[in-house]
Design a protein around this ligand. Structure first.
Ligand SMILES: Nc1ncnc2c1ncn2[C@@H]1O[C@H](COP(=O)(O)OP(=O)(O)O)[C@@H](O)[C@H]1O
Ligand SMILES: [Mg+2]
Length: 351
């Protein structure tokens, strides 16, 4: 976990802010209780609340990050959204649904490399997640883990998610377990719940799609993604009709190589042909890769880079989708794609 210091200049650059308002929080205190000339990572959300660009959400949002392809930046995007939301003082929880363990790696405490195998196994075996919640071996409080940001928590994925997935087969209302037993509770404590999904469409993923208000699908700007996209859209359409799901769907182009013609053309194709594709893409970048390795968002790691600028712009688009998914004051009537005929489901407000 990071333990960085942020001067006023650096703190402003993380949020892409130029001017400091008058009412900023006092600088953090050091170990000797002397005031530092900067804020610690822990105190940065207090600054983000004042100078940030992401508005608070009026009601809690659950967003699943899912597409049926690996390595397309699902977990990286989840981490970037989660950390930047939390840095704005937005209480955020990431739920790990991929047995690969990306959430635990990027948000959890690193194992002490000096520990013995026996000590390491004790530490690893003590980790509890959704599978233990399902069997009653753990409560929601037991499985919620803190991070270096006071506004960011996570539920780690564990290998037993495979068993949980199997157990769901024989359950009544098996598609609703996550929504009814996890997400609805988390929504009372958090403003934003992010579900980091695996690329394999299993029962846990069906649960995530039923539970989410927004679905974010990263699409690589690469040719071999095309075929996968066609199948994925058809599956989502079928699912939405069958389950009467009403999430907002946002596609996000990723791994864009701006200097490559083909990559640019693919990105343009997405934006022209997908009605709900973000205008901003996540570029293939060394800052993107390095920030993930250091468990940071791109704007924290390289605040003045083009990659950070684009990430901030993308987040504004993601927030517009979150806003659109929130219930409006007027009567909200949800219709499924069966009626709208669209390949994505939308909630429609009756005026
Ligand atoms: N902007 C980026 N440009 C290039 N590589 C990146 C970027 N962001 C992340 N990566 C690298 O890509 C790897 C795979 O991304 P990941 O988010 O784990 O994919 P997924 O969750 O879809 O399988 C990450 O581990 C990281 O090393
Ligand atoms: Mg992943």
């Amino acid at each position: 976990m990071s333990n960085s210091l942020f001067t006023l200049k650096k703190a402003l650059s993380v949020f892409g802010a130029e001017d400091a308002p008058a009412n900023l929080p006092p600088f953090s205190k050091g170990a000797d209780n002397r005031t530092l000339k900067s804020w610690t990572t822990h105190d940065l959300p207090l600054v983000g609340e004042k100078v940030g660009f992401l508005p608070k959400l009026n009601s809690p949002i659950a967003a699943a990050v899912f597409v049926t392809k690996g390595g397309v930046l699902k977990s990286s995007l989840t981490l970037n959204i989660a950390r930047m939301a939390a840095l704005h003082g937005i209480r955020t929880c990431v739920v790990g649904l991929d047995m690969q363990g990306d959430v635990s790696t990027s948000l959890g405490e690193a194992l002490d490399e000096e520990s013995s195998l026996e000590e390491a196994l004790v530490q690893v075996n003590a980790v509890k997640g959704l599978a233990q919640l399902y069997t009653g071996e753990a409560t929601l409080d037991d499985v919620l883990k803190p991070t270096d940001l006071p506004t960011l928590f996570y539920i780690p994925e564990t290998p037993e998610l495979v068993a949980l997935d199997q157990s769901l087969i024989n359950r009544n209302r098996r598609e609703y377990w996550l929504k009814e037993h996890v997400i609805s509770h988390l929504k009372r404590e958090f403003d934003l719940v992010l579900l980091d999904c695996s690329p394999n469409w299993n029962r846990l993923i069906t649960n995530a799609l039923v539970a989410c208000d927004v679905l974010i699908s990263p699409l690589e700007c690469k040719i071999n993604n095309f075929r996968n996209l066609t199948t994925f859209r058809a599956l989502i359409k079928e699912f939405s009709v069958e389950m009467q799901a009403s999430f907002k769907h946002l596609f996000v182009p990723t791994r864009l190589s701006p200097a490559r013609k083909l990559s640019q053309e693919i990105r343009e194709w997405y934006q022209t042909n997908l009605p709900n594709c973000s205008a901003t893409a996540v570029r293939e970048s060394i800052q993107g890769e390095e920030s993930i390795a250091l468990r940071l968002s791109i704007p924290e790691y390289a605040p003045n880079s083009s990659a950070a600028d684009e990430l901030r712009t993308l987040l504004k688009e993601v927030w517009a989708t979150f806003k659109a998914a929130q219930p409006s004051r007027s009567t909200s009537t949800r219709i499924s794609s069966q009626i709208s005929g669209a390949d994505e489901c939308h909630s429609v407000s009756a005026i």
